[in-house]
Design a protein around this ligand. Structure first.
Ligand SMILES: Nc1ncnc2c1ncn2[C@@H]1O[C@H](COP(=O)(O)OP(=O)(O)OP(=O)(O)O)[C@@H](O)[C@H]1O
Ligand SMILES: [Mg+2]
Length: 284
């Protein structure tokens, strides 16, 4: 895996939009305010974050701290109230093919087979028959789904379905991969398998990954950098580089030192969340 060479080759190519892909995400002074029932919730405040091409960054924090809000802003599903947000060298104004999203619940079409689900985005883009067939075959191999190509989602385990969801996003070959707790609903063993698969795919494709989780261990296992968020308003509490060599050993002392330190930060925010809920209950 030669990162420099791969990046050089990809940077010289044209993704089809006329502009070479940068794969970079950049947020400057991003705010997001939700207004519900006459009340304003500041979900994000003053987010400054740069994710470089090919980096794997995890957003970590307790429930309600704004992880999905930030990811959805980058995806273009729900734009910031103010601030600047660029992805792949352009301002984010809505969803785009240079950003692929994988959700926690496997957003597959139940009436399509595995192969049809993977091919769907390419069909929409009116790619040629041969290209679609080759891409689907390659992804079935990459995600170890070859034996399941003609099955329907209902006949697959949760882990298999999430492999299909990942394959479907990879089919579009977006330089940026956005993932919102994609393994949150899986049992521990399946989750570890898929984390390893994802790291393998990432090392082969060197996509930029922005990955939301509230599992500290998952973040340390996966990320180059972990961005810990505060609870309401969502700000960046710590931007932590993880320099442990991969594959990482969750039983190692260094892993556990980091786990303890990040656990302390997340617990502080969890406590703020609990206090806010208690105050809200007292008002009701
Ligand atoms: N569409 C919306 N309308 C109003 N408030 C919202 C909306 N979406 C999110 N919020 C609020 O913004 C805050 C951040 O929510 P968000 O879903 O981003 O948190 P999260 O970190 O992803 O949490 P979880 O770990 O539970 O998924 C929360 O207080 C939430 O209630
Ligand atoms: Mg969320």
């Amino acid at each position: 895996m030669d990162r420099i060479k791969h990046q050089g080759a990809a940077a010289g190519s044209d993704a089809g939009g006329g502009v070479a892909a940068t794969g970079r995400i950049e947020a400057r002074g991003v705010n997001k305010v939700f207004a519900t029932d006459g009340r304003e919730v500041v979900a994000l405040r003053d987010i400054d974050l740069t994710v470089e091409r090919g980096e794997f960054v995890c957003l970590l924090g307790p429930s309600g701290c704004g992880k999905s809000t930030l990811l959805n802003a980058v995806a273009g599903f729900s734009l910031p109230t103010s601030g600047r947000l660029d992805a792949d060298g352009r301002p984010v104004t809505g969803p785009g093919p240079e950003r692929g999203m994988v959700f926690q619940e496997y957003a597959l079409f139940p009436w399509m087979t595995v192969a049809q689900n993977i091919a769907f985005g390419l069909e929409i883009q009116r790619r040629g028959r041969a290209e679609i067939r080759d891409t689907v075959d390659r992804l079935l191999d990459m995600l170890r789904l070859r034996d399941f190509r003609d099955r329907f989602p209902k006949d697959l385990s949760g882990g298999m379905r999430q492999r299909v969801a990942i394959a479907r996003v990879l089919a579009l070959d977006s330089p940026i991969l956005l993932m919102d707790e994609p393994f949150g609903a899986l049992d521990a063993l399946t989750r570890r398998n898929l984390q390893d698969e994802l790291l393998r795919i990432w090392s082969e494709t060197r996509k930029t990954v922005l990955f939301v989780t509230h599992s500290i261990e998952e973040a340390i296992y996966l990320a180059d950098r972990i961005v810990v968020m505060t609870y309401r308003p969502g700000t960046i509490k710590r931007d932590q580089r993880v320099s442990l060599p991969r594959p990482r050993d969750p039983a190692s002392a260094a892993f556990n030192d980091l786990k303890r330190e990040l656990g302390r930060l997340v617990m502080e925010e969890q406590q703020r969340h609990a206090d806010a809920e208690t105050r809200a209950a007292a008002v009701d």
